[in-house]
Ligand binder design. Structure first.
Ligand SMILES: Cc1cc2nc3c(=O)[nH]c(=O)nc-3n(C[C@H](O)[C@H](O)[C@H](O)COP(=O)(O)OP(=O)(O)OC[C@H]3O[C@@H](n4cnc5c(N)ncnc54)[C@H](O)[C@@H]3O)c2cc1C
Length: 309
């Protein structure tokens, strides 16, 4: 992106007046983001974008979309991350740009944001709206995901902390067999375990954030905290629901929301399995089986495209 454009956008981004939505995932591409198929073709001074995006959170309210599309064919299966570019698409809040339509996906939680499927049919954007180098946005994406994974871990920890605090209050107030349930060891140990898990995740998160702030790459550690914090949040919010008894399974207390929202943190910004894969690949190197499977999938994709021409 030109220096002029950076000067235009950055102060607005930093002041929170230019809000983002990220369009990476597609109907057929979630975990394997290097396989995206949304396309951008240069026509004169404009890029023309065509394809489908899925799961674009806050696409309606955002001021711009950071949308990933393929600008050239990948040279091979192992290099299919090449040829992906990122576009900054300016838009009006509450609307989609010309050539784009969107409809909300019915989720089970996280109602603070709507999440959209998007259809792009010849969306035109200026030539200089590329973020980073043409064809190299996958590297931008993986670096950006370190920060995004730390954010998701922080959200998971916040949900678990909320569940812990509400559980303590409830356990001290709720009486059964003539005593507050906080007197029973079964409940006390649950609270002790929940608090320990929340604190362990928080300390790991502080470490990851300091690595990110110091500019060091920490994809393994960012995956570790995203994995650990989101799994922890599901366990802790579920235990909170247990402490609330029947009341936990109602809409009368926030615990059900903590539990529903914590469940999502195991899925977006890369599932728990994908975090485990990143950690394992860092420790053991990439597995041959996985390399073989992805090469086969790539060949099938190329063959299918050839047949449909
Ligand atoms: C509410 C919500 C909001 C979202 N917001 C956004 C957004 O704003 N922008 C955006 O771009 N995306 C967004 N996403 C998409 C999200 O990042 C993907 O859903 C996620 O990465 C998983 O992709 P998928 O759903 O296609 O699952 P798939 O990739 O189809 O995976 C299905 C299952 O297979 C497992 N799996 C896949 N590959 C492997 C492997 N190699 N090894 C082991 N297990 C594997 C997965 O872990 C999972 O359990 C959002 C998703 C949700 C649910």
């Amino acid at each position: 992106m030109s220096k002029e454009k950076c000067r235009k956008y950055l102060p607005r981004v930093v002041s929170g007046n230019f809000l983002n939505a990220s369009a990476l995932s597609e109907p057929d591409t979630g975990s394997d983001l290097a396989s995206i198929s949304c396309r951008a073709v240069l026509e004169g001074d404009e890029w023309v974008l065509t394809g489908n995006k899925y799961w674009c959170t806050f696409a309606d309210g955002a001021d711009y979309l950071a949308l990933f599309a393929r600008t050239s064919a990948p040279p091979s299966a192992s290099k299919r991350w090449q040829g992906i570019s990122c576009f900054l698409i300016e838009k009006e809040r509450g609307k989609f740009p010309a050539g784009m339509t969107g409809s909300p996906i019915p989720k089970v939680g996280y109602f603070g944001w709507k999440t959209f499927e998007l259809a792009l049919d010849g969306v035109r954007v200026p030539k200089d709206c590329l973020m980073g180098e043409e064809g190299k946005a996958f590297l931008l994406m993986t670096k950006g995901l370190e920060g995004a994974r730390a954010h998701t871990a922080a959200r998971a920890i916040g949900l678990a902390q909320g569940a812990l605090e509400d559980s303590i209050t409830y356990a001290l107030e709720r009486k059964q067999f003539g005593m507050p349930i906080a007197e029973y060891q079964a409940i006390r140990f649950k609270i002790a375990t929940m608090a320990t898990e929340v604190e362990a995740a928080r300390q790991l998160l502080y470490f990851v954030c300091s690595e990110i702030d110091s500019g060091r790459r920490c994809d393994k550690e960012a995956s570790m905290v995203k994995y650990f914090a989101s799994e922890m949040a599901e366990r802790v919010t579920s235990e909170a629901m247990q402490i609330f008894g029947g009341a936990g399974y109602t809409k009368l207390f926030p615990v059900e929301r903590y539990w529903r929202d914590a469940r999502l943190t195991k899925i977006f910004e890369g599932t728990s399995e994908i975090q485990q894969r990143i950690i394992a690949n860092n420790l053991l190197g990439k597995s041959e089986l996985e390399t073989m499977i992805s090469a086969r999938a790539f060949e099938t994709q190329v063959a299918r495209k050839g047949a449909s021409k």
